[in-house]
Design a protein around this ligand. Structure first.
Ligand code: SF4
Ligand code: SF4
Length: 613
């Protein structure tokens, strides 16, 4: 019996996460190739494909980064394969180079790029609005608001992309990726084999002589897609009256609730846009003509609002268009926020903010590395050796959690892989040495080029590769360095030390960060040198070790009664398993303790005991 997400069971309804619904939609379209780089809030899409891949009829890979993922997808679709590539919004920046050309060459087999945007920066370094990429590259855009739409738009987006040979952007936001709702299934046909490659250099080789006509073809494709948008079932008009409201993406769901709460459902005109680019101009113009004033409800940038202003101006319409003057250009909306803006627009009183009141005076819980995280050992040793005498160049991953005191090992951070290159620049421009930190997955993603650059340009940096044998932050996805994955062995594990050697690094040391003495010694030794030096701090993430290696430490730590209240364990190591008792002595919560035995090396009053005793 196949997994329900793969089964051909039209008419069945399942309660799915938005991200799982996208998987089902792709299966219903006949998906043949899936590539990705995991990133929250997109991660459950590739993770689900990965989990189902032993029984699925598609090829799946975790690519080393988003650019590579999209390039693999580009080659596959050129050979007629229906292809999906998934990433988070900042990943599209990494993939932007191939993306801007793939829109020229086109996607004969169909190609949907899932960009999971993150308004409100729930788990991201910015909240960029990737609808800009669609305008920059010339891509059609679908923006779901419900789990059902996630499924339907993934399916229809792939079919539309194949029909027009146009890469399509499926743009979700965190709220949509992680909502759960009923999804009615359609048929799941056998995808069969990709159609194969038809040799045609003038279509697929963008030298200038071919690129110019390719650009014209792209414009033609967009015009044809505008016609599709005019008649799309995802673009609808409802209600009546002189007030018009236009909403896109998840804002459509907020608006529906807001209108219901305000008693305005059906009493104002609503233009719901799910197929948002190219803009269905005739539909929008007819709507603008039918009302006296318009409110545009869209999260982040005023893209739709600006489009509608241009459309009104071009057609000599004199009507009030409101949007970012009353709604913010940042963060996620809430239903109450939208309701109050809608009420004010309709001349009604606003309402009190609804929602669950938080319990007062709860202690603040700062973001922190887990108890027993190997990164704590590395950071603790780095601080002991270098303190504030160096600049700490950080990178993207769990280890960014070393930012806050007492570890305080992140002075600057730009993007994936930047610890090495931004660290190199800082070392050159400042009078302080630089210690950079990068995780194993990030090393493969975009760290290697930074090392090559640092060696080639004789930069002066001590780089620490925090090799926890997985991609911990996004949910333990495998990377090229791991030896075991959640569904089996990695047949071709890459060795970070050999890669560093191959890139020209001569001073490389490897330590277990739970061995405090050896880690301190390695830091001291490499800190006294100059040039590019690499310290590999290798120890699996304990959550991953428990899940994949079934490894649980047999002992936990406890603080003996002899504790002299020195406080180093609490104030310098700050493992979250520690707490202070009323008498001022330290104690360890045995449920939180992961048994890493690091604290025993730091204070003689901390001892080990058998777990559960
Ligand atoms: S052994 Fe010590 S440092 Fe390690 S998890 Fe337990 S309390 Fe924390
Ligand atoms: S998930 Fe793993 S790597 Fe990330 S902070 Fe926790 S223990 Fe460390």
């Amino acid at each position: 019996m196949p997994n329900p997400l793969l089964a051909d069971t039209p008419g069945e309804t399942h309660l799915l996460l938005g991200n799982e619904a996208i998987v089902r939609g792709a299966v219903e379209a006949g998906i043949q190739v899936v590539t990705c780089y995991p990133g929250t809030p997109s991660s459950e899409v590739p993770d689900t494909f990965y989990r189902l891949s032993p029984e699925g009829k598609y090829y799946f890979e975790y690519s080393v980064n988003e650019k590579v993922a999209l390039e693999v997808a580009g080659g596959a679709t050129m050979c007629g394969a229906m292809t999906l590539t998934t990433m988070k919004h900042v990943g599209v920046n990494v993939a932007a180079d191939p993306l801007m050309t793939l829109t020229y060459t086109g996607a004969p087999g169909g190609l949907v790029l899932l960009s999971a945007d993150d308004p409100g920066c729930h788990s991201s370094q910015n909240e960029q609005d990737n609808r800009h990429y669609a305008r920059l590259g010339g891509m059609p855009v679908l923006e779901p608001a419900t789990a059902q739409e996630c499924k339907d738009m993934a399916r229809d987006g792939l079919l539309l992309s194949k029909k027009h040979g146009a890469p399509l952007l499926l743009r979700t936001t965190t709220r949509v990726n992680h909502l759960r709702g009923p999804v009615e299934f359609g048929p799941a046909p056998d995808p069969g084999k990709p159609e194969g490659f038809t040799r045609n250099p003038s279509k697929f080789v963008p030298i200038p002589a071919f690129s110019r006509p390719m650009h014209l073809s792209l414009i033609d494709r967009l015009n044809a897609l505008r016609e599709e948008a005019e008649h799309s079932p995802y673009n609808t008009v409802s209600g009546e009256g002189e007030i018009g409201i236009v909403a896109s993406g998840i804002s459509r769901a907020y608006l529906a609730d807001a209108l219901e709460n305000a008693g305005l459902a059906g009493k104002v005109m609503v233009l719901n846009l799910g197929f948002t680019h190219p803009l269905p101009e005739t539909l929008c113009l007819d709507f603008l003509k039918s009302v006296k004033k318009v409110l545009v409800v869209e999260e982040l940038e005023p893209l739709l609002e600006n489009d509608l202003r241009v459309l009104a101006q071009k057609n000599g319409l004199n009507l009030e268009i409101s949007g970012k003057d009353v709604l913010p250009e940042y963060g996620e909306f809430t239903v109450t926020q939208v309701e109050n803006v809608v009420r004010a627009f309709a001349g009604m009183d606003t309402v009190e903010v609804k929602g669950c009141a938080s319990v007062q005076d709860l202690p603040v819980r700062a973001p922190n590395l887990c108890a027993g995280c190997p990164h704590r050992g590395t950071y603790f040793a780095a601080r002991e050796v270098f303190g504030d005498d160096v600049l700490y160049s950080s990178d993207i991953g769990c280890y960014t959690l070393g930012l806050l005191p007492p570890l305080a090992t992140a002075d600057f951070l730009v993007c994936m892989g930047s610890s090495i290159s931004a660290g190199s620049g800082a070392a050159m421009a400042s009078d302080k040495p630089v210690v950079g930190f990068i995780g194993d997955s990030t090393f493969f993603h975009s760290g290697m080029t930074g090392i090559a650059n640092a060696v080639f340009n004789s930069h002066d940096i001590l780089l620490v590769v925090l090799d926890n044998r997985t991609t911990a932050m996004t949910g333990h996805q495998p990377n090229p360095g791991v030896d075991k994955t959640t569904i089996g062995e990695n047949d071709h594990p890459l060795d970070i030390e050999s890669i560093c050697k191959g890139l020209g690094v001569t001073e490389i040391r490897t330590v277990n960060p739970f061995n405090h003495k050896k880690t301190v010694e390695a830091f001291k030794e490499l800190g006294d040198m100059s040039g590019v030096r690499v310290l590999i701090a290798r120890e699996p993430c304990p959550l991953y070790a428990r899940r994949v290696y079934k490894k649980v430490a047999p002992q936990v730590a406890y603080v003996a009664d002899s504790c002299v209240k020195r406080g180093d364990c609490l104030e310098k190591l700050a493992c979250p398993a520690f707490y202070k008792k009323e008498d001022g002595k330290a104690a360890i919560n045995p449920i939180l303790c992961n048994g890493c035995m690091l604290c025993l090396q730091i204070c003689g009053h901390i001892k080990a005991k058998k777990r559960g005793k």
